[in-house]
Design a protein around this ligand. Structure first.
Ligand code: SF4
Ligand code: SF4
Length: 283
């Protein structure tokens, strides 16, 4: 527990949760971590990108201030008082290796990380929001708010009120690939989490000028690996077909994982492994 928080303490808090084998594990009774060491990025609550996201995705999409107010309705804080803190949790080498070898049905490790690893991510969201709030910096984890949920974007179809990937892009962690995944310095086989807090933190520089700078194909080089990796034909030169992607998960991978693990898990992510952007920014 810290009395004051800066980016260093926040990263330490996340690292200490991930260092606990009782928390960071691939599943009950499995002595193996779900996640590798994290990346951290910070943006301001009044960063104009958030208004742009809302404009593009739909009016239901939260700005940081709207997400914060969903947790603290009586607050008098302004968007400029807020920081958006985003972390990326890279898949382990063992999970990436197993998944790379799969072509149509997901590896067990990947599915475990998608289910139990996401529970670890929720634990980080909750713990960090609580620790910051207890230290005098009220904080919410947007993805954990009761009002968080699925919506339909006129332009993009299935969407949600808050996108961890968009927050990560705004917070200097990476740019989008052809498949819509966010390519970070540790690649795109990662999961993201975030909190919005009333705290003054230095922002992380965005070392890119456009939203697809790290994708080989979308920056003018040759690459079609994620197109070929997707067993559903949901990635084409035009981009990612979300409906087709979700249909494959709903009809094919989810029932498979339910048979395998006894739980229906939205596990897929072939487009995140066996690609040049799997575990690093491709150059
Ligand atoms: S596999 Fe190639 S085209 Fe697909 S997101 Fe990665 S760099 Fe872009
Ligand atoms: S998650 Fe699966 S179905 Fe969706 S684009 Fe990636 S590989 Fe294709």
């Amino acid at each position: 527990m810290y009395d004051t928080f800066g980016a260093r303490e926040i990263l330490e808090e996340i690292r200490s949760l991930l260092a606990d084998p009782e928390i960071n594990r691939l599943g009950p009774g499995i002595e193996e971590p779900a996640w590798d060491s994290p990346l951290l990025g910070v943006s301001r609550g009044d960063d104009p990108l958030y208004a742009e996201f809302q404009e593009t995705i739909g009016p239901f999409y939260w700005t940081p201030l709207e997400a914060f107010r969903a947790g603290f309705p009586e607050t008098g804080v302004a968007a400029s008082d807020l920081a958006v803190v985003v972390w990326a949790l890279p898949q382990t080498a063992a999970t990436r290796r197993d998944h790379r070898a799969c072509t149509t049905l997901p590896s067990r490790r990947w599915s475990l990380a998608r289910h139990y690893g996401e529970a670890v991510n929720d634990r980080i969201r909750d713990s960090l929001a609580r620790a910051l709030t207890d230290a005098g910096y009220p904080a919410v984890a947007p993805a954990r708010l009761p009002a968080f949920g699925r919506e339909t974007s006129e332009r993009f179809g299935i969407a949600s009120r808050w996108s961890e990937r968009h927050a990560a892009y705004a917070s200097g962690l990476g740019t989008f690939g052809l498949c819509d995944g966010l390519i970070t310095e540790r690649g795109k086989a990662v999961r993201f989490g975030s909190v919005v807090a009333a705290i003054d933190l230095p922002v992380t520089p965005r070392p890119y000028s456009d939203r697809t700078a790290y994708c080989l194909r979308l920056s003018g080089k040759e690459c079609d690996v994620c197109i070929r990796r997707c067993p559903a034909g949901a990635i084409t030169a035009e981009g990612h077909d979300k409906e087709r992607c979700f249909a494959y998960i709903r009809e094919t991978t989810m029932p498979f994982v339910e048979d395998e693990l006894g739980i229906p898990v939205a596990s897929c992510g072939f487009c995140q492994t066996g690609v040049p952007c799997e575990s690093r920014r491709p150059r």
